[in-house]
Design a protein around this ligand. Structure first.
Ligand SMILES: Nc1nc2c(c(=O)[nH]1)N[C@H]1C(S)=C(S)[C@@H](COP(=O)(O)O)O[C@H]1N2
Ligand SMILES: [Mo]
Length: 357
């Protein structure tokens, strides 16, 4: 089966461990997109259809009882923690948050840009459970003069010259109570492809920071100059970090045919990025004034919310639009800011439909 998409048709597969039907972007390493219909079914993305993105070719299979998290660098007592240690000696916490690749929706940039041609399915909203990164850092004792904390994944490149996957958080941010070292998603252990047994969860930041299968945490006294911080995921040489608001129509698909004059409920999802959604606005066609939509369900400040409106379509070809605002006052722009690496697509969505008598 394949899906229509301007950038080529995309195969669906259910051949991946722990995954249901997914759009295959790449097979080695696996890069799998969540089919968009999933977002209409519920506000929490099921683990089996949570998208997957890896950069490096070798993704080991880690046995939970053999796993160790090494915490080292500029600190007083380096430790090597087992999953047992993490579960037993630390309190567990939960956060609901959207994980979104910085390249989500890249395939919609015009002119086209290279990289994974994602539709809107490089995002997922889930309930993450694990220990607070800050609790671990407090226990090992950070030394004065520390500037950042680096996380390294256990996945490995096919060629030794390729740098391993590492991302770094500024020291102050690392102590944020919302940041977790998560071992569960939606009440189950992390799926292998989503970073079993432990991954970083950085609510409000693009998931490039959410290091999967994290093997080591290192406290540094100088800024991290490694590849993934200084060469990749940059916009104008600055790392892409925090997310802004986005909104989507999920109950209608592009090109829908509706009955003129017969009202129907239209609904969709929105999220605020690193602050909560304060308003969702819509219009029945691009030249109408914006009106407020009802926010009918929420999953916390970092999660998806559902919005619904009553549309009474007028005859003709129209373009439904929706836009979200967050509590920082940020509004989705009219158009996504085009950039060569294709990051941060966030423009107002426009859905064309036709109403017939
Ligand atoms: N170890 C490791 N962690 C990683 C990556 C990776 O390649 N290796 N990719 C990052 C990027 S760019 C994204 S978008 C998310 C994807 O997370 P997911 O596969 O659970 O959806 O993982 C992040 N964490
Ligand atoms: Mo990503």
């Amino acid at each position: 089966m394949s899906l229509p998409f301007d950038n080529g048709s995309r195969a669906l597969s259910d051949a991946y461990e722990g995954k249901g039907s997914m759009i295959v972007q790449r097979t080695r390493p696996p890069v799998l997109e969540t089919p968009f219909e999933v977002f209409d079914k519920g506000l929490i993305t099921p683990n089996r259809q949570h998208y997957v993105r890896w950069h490096l070719a070798r993704i080991p299979r880690i046995a939970a009882d053999a796993y160790r998290l090494n915490v080292h660098g500029h600190l007083y007592c380096p430790v090597s923690l087992s999953m047992e240690d993490l579960r037993r000696s630390y309190r567990s916490h939960e956060v609901t948050a959207v994980s979104q690749c910085a390249g989500n929706s890249r395939g919609l940039f015009a002119p086209r840009v290279p990289g994974s041609q994602w539709g809107h399915g490089a995002m997922a909203n889930a309930v993450w459970r694990g220990v607070r990164l800050g609790d671990v850092l407090r226990r090992v004792g950070i030394r004065p003069g520390s500037v950042c904390v680096r996380f390294q994944g256990l996945d490995e490149p096919a060629l030794p010259a390729t740098p391993t996957y590492r991302k770094t958080l500024p020291i102050d941010h690392a102590f944020d109570d919302d940041i977790l070292l998560a071992y569960e998603v939606n009440g189950e252990p992390l799926p292998h492809l989503n970073g079993f047994p432990l991954r970083l969860v950085v609510p409000g930041w693009y998931s490039t920071y959410w290091v999967k299968m994290v093997g080591s945490i290192e406290v540094l006294t100088t800024p991290d100059d490694s590849y993934w911080m200084t060469r990749a995921y940059l916009l104008n040489r600055v790392p892409v970090t925090r997310m802004g608001p986005r909104s989507f129509v999920t109950s209608l698909t592009e090109g829908a045919r509706l009955v003129a004059g017969r009202s129907l409920e239209v609904s969709g999802i929105a999220f605020g990025g690193d602050s909560e959604v304060t308003a969702v606005h819509w219009r029945a066609t691009a030249t109408d004034p914006w009106q407020p939509a009802n926010i009918t369900a929420r999953t916390g400040r970092y999660g998806f919310c559902r919005w619904t409106v009553r549309l009474r379509p007028e005859a003709g070809h129209r373009t439904f639009q929706v836009r979200a605002r967050n509590s920082k006052g940020e509004l989705q722009p009219e158009r996504s800011h085009w950039n060569a690496p294709g990051y941060g697509y966030n423009g107002i969505e426009t859905l064309a439909y036709e109403a017939v008598a």
